[in-house]
Write a protein that binds this ligand. Sequence first.
Ligand SMILES: C[S@@+](CC[C@H](N)C(=O)[O-])C[C@H]1O[C@@H](n2cnc3c(N)ncnc32)[C@H](O)[C@@H]1O
Length: 322
Amino acid sequence: MSDILNLKNIMSGYGKSRVLFTANNLRVFDYLKKPKSAKALAAKLDIDLRATTILLDALTALEFLQKDADFRYVNTSLATLYLVSSSSLYQGDIISHSDTLWKNWSGLDEILKTGKPNRSAHNHNSFIRAMHNLSVLKVKDVIDCIDLSGVKTAIDIGGGPGTYTIELAKRGIETTLFDRPETIAIAKEFVNKSRRKNIKYIEGDFTSDAIGGGYDLAFISQVFHSYSVKECMGLIRKVKKALNKNGKIAIQEFIIEDNMASPLDGAMFSVNMLVNSDHGRCYTVKEMDLWLKKCGLTDISITNVNEAVVLCARLTDQTLDF
Ligand SMILES: C[S@@+](CC[C@H](N)C(=O)[O-])C[C@H]1O[C@@H](n2cnc3c(N)ncnc32)[C@H](O)[C@@H]1O
């Protein structure tokens, strides 16, 4: 792509996002499983006809909808798979969460002056369900990166909606989901739907509350990027004490190279954490590897999977005293 096209794309990218957010908020894709005219959709949703027509044409240009010769609109296969709420790969909650983040990102000019986040918009429900939307696309691949031999018990720290907890439980591991009470309430819905019985819960704040003990594995997924280096290492030390002899820690985070400026998604995610957290950012593999070593973990393995990285490490008899 030429430089000027790239610049224009970045400059106007917000419009494409906004059209998708609004369509998602209106649940347009749930109503367009079968072809409908703009008039029929506007009547169904009780919204303005001119606005509806323009929005549907933009969604057609974005290839979320197709328009037939009779000017009726219907979902494309992409929308059917990811944007219809009954699909198992539904992404509507992460789109809704992105809409919330949009409001916080709008404070970026001020954040640059103060260095303080702008968390004025928050929707905990869509945030936690958004985590399920992301994880459902890769849960098996991520858990496959962990050597589960000898693992009978696990804790999923900051387990969110429980997508990874459920996968560990499916593999016969008694798994404890640790998270804040308001998150556990949502996770219970997902766990109940899965009908897994070998799942326990601990409600609390891992920076101050006890996390239990006797675990063969601690899984810490997409948690570190919200915290400072000191806080991340504090969590590793705390988790270590809760592990059995030869216990393991597995970490999943987004990828950022050592130069902190690529890939683009990682660099942009660091901006997201600038906007939404006090001290967070993406961490490099080198940084996390060092934390694990400093905390006395060994046998560190690193696997790239679905735009994320999974680091696994082990306690040995020699490292128990660190
Ligand atoms: C980005 S989500 C990741 C969820 C899940 N691990 C995943 O990978 O899909 C971070 C999770 O950590 C939880 N969390 C963050 N800080 C926490 C704390 N201090 N105590 C307990 N849970 C915390 C949040 O409630 C949220 O569920």
